[in-house]
Ligand binder design. Structure first.
Ligand code: DGL
Length: 263
């Protein structure tokens, strides 16, 4: 099989990365996608650098079974802690969500807010990537650990979610008008986030990463030659009773067959 016809491997700590799959299916629908979610070990966001890096390397190795032309780390936490280690050993190119998110944030004038898991915010990966592009940029970050469980619970339109979003967003000074959604789950909470901070420009790191993938395919990697919609294969390291319900929420379409793989 030619390189262009090989699948794109996408992995996340769980089901949240299906928001990135959703963006890829809209932008490059002809591509074959293999999604690997580490549901057995979710969440990554509360773990240490060493553990997240180790998990990222293991997920990259599992994806190699599919001989991907590209690996996308859809998880912000894994991108923040494991990207360089995986890039160093992977036989195919690997991209994460931080650089595309930072590029979009750096392009907007004014101070920027970054929200994410404890591990993503603690790594300062977004700050580093934004400042590399614009050393004068003022950046305010806030860890929002309660937002992942709220999104998984599907509380998208709920006063409890509004209260918690407001509490976190109030950590960012009022002059911040651009906020990076530095976590796979946050795009699903946009209605609530918008209610708490109307008029904000929200940068969806997953969506801008899909655009970065498109640019790579346009270049040396190449688009899949068939024009029919590519297949989506979903593999998880654990299958919980609610996976179809939670997964469909992030994918924004019904989640089909799911395979369980051993780590
Ligand atoms: N996927 C993670 C991220 O984007 C959120 C869930 C977790 O903590 O594992 O940072």
């Amino acid at each position: 099989m030619s390189r262009a016809d090989r699948p794109i491997g996408v992995f996340d700590s769980g089901m949240g990365g299906l928001t990135v799959i959703h963006a890829l299916r809209q932008l490059v629908p002809q591509e074959e996608l293999v999604y690997l979610g580490d549901t057995a070990r979710l969440p990554y966001g509360s773990k240490s650098h060493h553990t997240i890096e180790r998990y990222t390397l293991q997920m990259g190795e599992l994806l190699q079974r599919h001989d991907p032309k590209l690996i996308v780390i859809a998880c912000n936490t894994a991108s923040a802690h494991g990207l360089p280690a995986l890039q160093a050993v992977s036989p195919c190119p690997v991209i994460g969500v931080i650089e595309p998110g930072a590029e979009a944030a750096a392009a907007v004038p004014g101070p920027v807010g970054v929200i994410g898991t404890l591990a993503t915010v603690g790594s300062r990966a977004y700050e580093t990537a934004i400042l590399r592009r614009d050393p004068s940029k003022i950046i305010h970050s806030a860890a929002c650990p309660l937002l992942v469980p709220l999104a998984e619970e599907g509380w998208f339109d709920d006063p409890v979610t509004d209260t918690i979003c407001r509490r976190y967003l109030d950590l960012l000074p009022p002059e911040v008008k651009t906020v990076v959604l530095g976590c796979t789950h946050y795009p699903t909470l946009l209605p609530s986030l918008e209610r708490c901070r109307p008029g904000t420009l929200w940068i969806d790191s997953g969506r801008v990463t899909a655009k970065a993938v498109d640019r790579l395919l346009q270049g040396t990697l190449g688009y899949r030659t068939a024009s029919a919609r590519g297949e989506l294969r979903v593999q998880l390291t654990d299958a919980s009773s609610r996976l179809k319900e939670v997964g469909s929420r992030f994918l924004e379409e019904a989640l089909g067959e799911v395979e369980v793989v051993d780590i």
